[in-house]
Design a protein around this ligand. Structure first.
Ligand SMILES: [Zn+2]
Length: 235
């Protein structure tokens, strides 16, 4: 178990910037932290790397009009979820980069690094949160590399922390994280559950996106955790 840290103490270095590969990852990985920081009036911003229906298009051969509808729906779900955590629409930037291709698409990767670095400078972010680079989902691993590259590109690098989208710290084939912190978020369980309900259509799309955890019962268990853990990246 990592040491329990007060969110207010964490924030002494500046604001929080969260890199989320897909809608719902921010809730599963750091929904409690978002709720706690927002309740205390601490600045939090989320960079949603992808948000569209790229994978759905490939899988279902969707016409453009339907893809746009899925884009709009998923964006609305994210904004509703953030509102239910106590935040506002201005807290999220949607980059609409191609889903499933963050690691392979050098152009998209470069844009994401530039945007995250610009936000780190603009917001004097002290804490940068992203998934772990051991996360087997290629978009999640890419998000970890994007966070690392962006942190290296700024004059005052933030403290980097990794969050677990699956709710569990370790990933198959990787050593468990050695260092990290824990945040007590039990008081926000109801808010997180309410936020999860905003993602009405998510279990199907999560499976299609290649998320290891997608069953509604698993998702409910993740948002019910009394403690959220954040790990110190090894690099
Ligand atoms: Zn994801």
């Amino acid at each position: 178990m990592f040491p329990l840290v007060d969110v207010g103490e964490l924030a002494t270095g500046g604001s929080f910037l969260i890199v989320a590969p897909h809608p719902i990852d921010e809730l599963l990985g750091c929904g409690g932290l978002i709720a706690e920081a927002t309740q205390r009036g601490l600045p939090v911003h989320i960079v949603m790397l992808t948000g569209g229906a790229g994978v759905l298009r490939a899988l279902r051969d969707m016409p453009l009009r339907d893809i746009r509808r899925v884009d709009v729906l998923r964006r609305a779900e994210t904004l509703t979820a953030i509102a239910r955590l106590g935040g506002g629409a201005a807290m999220v930037s949607f980059l609409d980069l191609p889903e499933g291709a963050l690691a392979a698409d050098g152009f998209a990767f470069g844009i994401a690094v530039d945007v995250v670095a610009a936000m780190l400078r603009q917001r004097s972010a002290g804490i940068l949160l992203a998934p772990s680079d051991a996360d087997p989902h290629p978009d999640h691993g890419a998000a970890a590399h994007i966070a690392r590259a962006a942190a290296r590109a700024v004059a005052s690098p933030p403290r980097r922390l990794a969050y677990a989208v699956s709710g569990s710290p370790g990933h198959a084939g990787h050593a468990p994280p050695r260092a990290g912190i824990a945040v007590n978020v039990g008081v926000h369980a109801a808010r997180r559950h309410w936020a999860l309900e905003a993602y009405r259509n998510v279990s199907g799309t999560m499976e299609e996106q290649g998320h290891a955890v997608s069953h509604p019962a698993q998702l409910r268990r993740i948002v019910a955790r009394p403690i959220e853990c954040f790990f110190t990246p090894e690099d």
